[in-house]
Design a protein around this ligand. Sequence first.
Ligand code: SAH
Ligand code: SF4
Length: 386
Amino acid sequence: MGVTLDLTRAAVRAKPPNLSGLTRKALAEALVTAEVVRPDKARMRAGQLWRWIHHYGVTDFERMTDVAKETRAALAEHFTLARPEIVERQVSRDGTRKWLIRMGAGIEVETVYIPDVGRAGALCVSSQVGCTLNCTFCHTGTQALVRNLTAAEIVAQVQIARDDLEEWPSPKADRRLSNIVFMGMGEPLYNLDAVADAIDVIADNEGIAISRRRITVSTSGVVPELQALGERTQAMLAISLHATNDPLRDVLAPLNRKYPIAELMAGVRAYPGLSNARRVTFEYVMLKGVNDSPAEARALVNLLKGIPAKINLIPFNPWPGSDYACSDWGTIEAFAAILNRAGYASPIRTPRGRDILAACGQLKSQSEKLRASARRLLAPTEDATS
Ligand code: SAH
Ligand code: SF4
């Protein structure tokens, strides 16, 4: 009887808490709650662990050589530092890397590293699994929201990229991963608490130390959260604009029906810390015959007057079943030329990592599709015509 009970308990015992992605405060609290550290020593001990976790990138308490042996054993008994599982890793001919990461059963997200973007290379992280916003040109938008990611799950994406790029201990100079963009799956401003905590961890000077000025949060335009984003994170702002009039933006980015362009622009103008050195990026996806006329380029210039802004023209990345096509290259160049004449330099985002389906708006769904087709090949009895 006693044995049966023990086994039952072992079977239902939760996984040990993971310390790798906690904020400093949460880390200290976890140590005290588990009675591994006395409350009066919590801050000091958390600081010591912080260096190991976020500067040296260790995933094993045994490597923490300045922590007493008994404390290391107690830590290992109560906690883990394990990374989430990498389901798939791909490297593109152009050096783009993509990881499909399993955060839990049925919870998979993609993270993409793009070299030569930003100062040295940018990591595109996801903030949610799926998205509630249904932008009509975005594949993520066709997927129901599964859930928000936790701060730790956002930080884990950076840690996994760092493991792969061999960037531990945190390099002072010559980094390959220099910038973070929240442009993966999901709407970061619908998960602001976790995004803000994750940025606190990623930007911490005694750890990963990516400056807040090199962290960009992209939003479809959740106007009421803009102020809080700026105040809590001091991150750079990117707005997915895509249209210069409400009727069109209502269709492309349906959140516009709630927060139309004039309100969005007023929110952007009030974003804390804007200056010529800290500009807002406006993203504009180029959709053939939809939003790519010279008149719209001029309307864009007018709309942005007086705002310290950069413009990022994104060639549309088609996905199966989408209603749109990418604008012709000549049309994109003509559009860009109008922006250039108005003082906005080199705004076309070159498509990267296309051979591994790592481009914007293609995240997760394509790998799911590929894995589904691989499954079909392995199981020929299933319908192979779809
Ligand atoms: N939800 C946030 C951040 C993730 S989307 C947002 O919308 O800003 C990151 C960027 O990719 C956005 O600018 C989005 O509009 C763009 N995007 C989405 N699908 C795309 C596609 N199929 N082709 C090109 N860009 C796309
Ligand atoms: Fe969501 Fe952004 Fe895609 Fe719109 S573009 S559906 S907000 S991920």
